[in-house]
Structure formats: structure tokens, C-alpha cells
Design a protein around this ligand. Sequence first.
Ligand code: COA
Length: 162
Amino acid sequence: MKIAVYPGTFDPITNGHLDIIKRASQIFKRVIVAVSENPHKKPIFSMEERRQLIQDAVIDLDNVDVDVFDGLLVHYAQKKGISVLIRGLRVLSDFEYEFQMALMNRKLMPTLETIYFMPSEEFTYINSTIVKEVARLGGEIGCFLPPGVVKALHRKIKEIKK
Ligand code: COA
């Protein structure tokens, strides 16, 4: 029974991420959702806010923990004794980036195996950016995000607009 890590920026966590987390939690002994910075992104939520939003969303999943990390994912995995890396594959356009990342991570840490989950089809077209855009422009986002995240996102957008 292995420990798996599900890394991402999670700015913020969506129901699509949650769908992957639930699937993984049924297969692995323990799943660590690990919040990281992607140098190509400018998140609106701080690392701690993102961690807390995920923590609230996975409260009913006993074998899921939430953590944050800096630096390389493989160093984090080595430190924590993690042997499985979970990623979600939604659409074909995810593939190229995922393929590159999986092979780089394998080169850096050959014992870390990347495993892909497909979310339910209702979540294949969402990502955090598009949900934030819909929210900013006043659209309905309740079906894309856990309830606590909907509130937090509305609050954050108000703060930003001030
Ligand atoms: N449902 C909904 N949205 C999903 C999703 C799902 N199941 N799976 C992914 N997404 C979205 C995310 O919300 C994100 O949206 P955004 O671009 O609008 O923010 C997008 O798809 C892709 O994000 P994600 O898959 O979470 O990747 P990421 O860019 O957020 O995270 C890291 C990438 C953090 C895993 C990667 O940068 C990393 O490993 N960093 C550590 C440093 C390192 O080791 N670098 C070397 C890597 S080889």
C-alpha cells in the first residue's frame, strides 16, 4: 500500500481536483495533496489560503492530508517516502505537458511512478483560471467549486477590486 502525492497550484481547488482526489483516496493508503508554486502562474490565493481551502474540502476523506512544498517535487517526494505521483488527464492538450513532466520527474527520481486519473466528464473542461474568470465577471460558479471555495473566491475578488 503506497503513499501518493497529488501536486498542483490549486488556485483554487475545483470539483475537478476533488474528483481526482476522491478516486485516488480509494486506491492508495494515503494521499497527500501538495500545494506548490508554479513559476509561470500568479495565484490570487496565498499558499496558506489554498492549503486551508483544500483542507476544508477533504475533511471527510480520512486518508487524505494536505501540505505545501517549495522547490522540486521529487525532493519533496524523497523526503516524505512517496512513490506515486498522481496527475489528472482531462483533454488531449494536457498530454504534452504531462508527458514532459512525467519523464523529467522520472529522470530525476526513477522510483517515483506517475499515475494518471481521468476526472468525471463533467469536469473535463474546467480549470482554475476559467472558473476565476467566470466568477470575476459575475457568472454562476457553484457547480465548479466546493461551497467554501465559492465563498472564498467571491471574497477574494471583492478584495482585489477594491
Ligand atoms: N479539474 C479541474 N482543473 C484541473 C484538473 C482537474 N482534475 N487538473 C488540472 N486542472 C487545472 C488546474 O486548475 C490548472 O488550472 P490553471 O492553469 O488555470 O491554474 C491547470 O489545470 C493545470 O494545473 P495543474 O495540473 O494543477 O498543474 P499546476 O501547473 O498547477 O502544477 C506543478 C504544476 C505544481 C505540479 C509543477 O509545477 C511542479 O511539480 N512544481 C514543483 C517544481 C518542480 O518539481 N518542477 C519540475 C517539474 S518536472
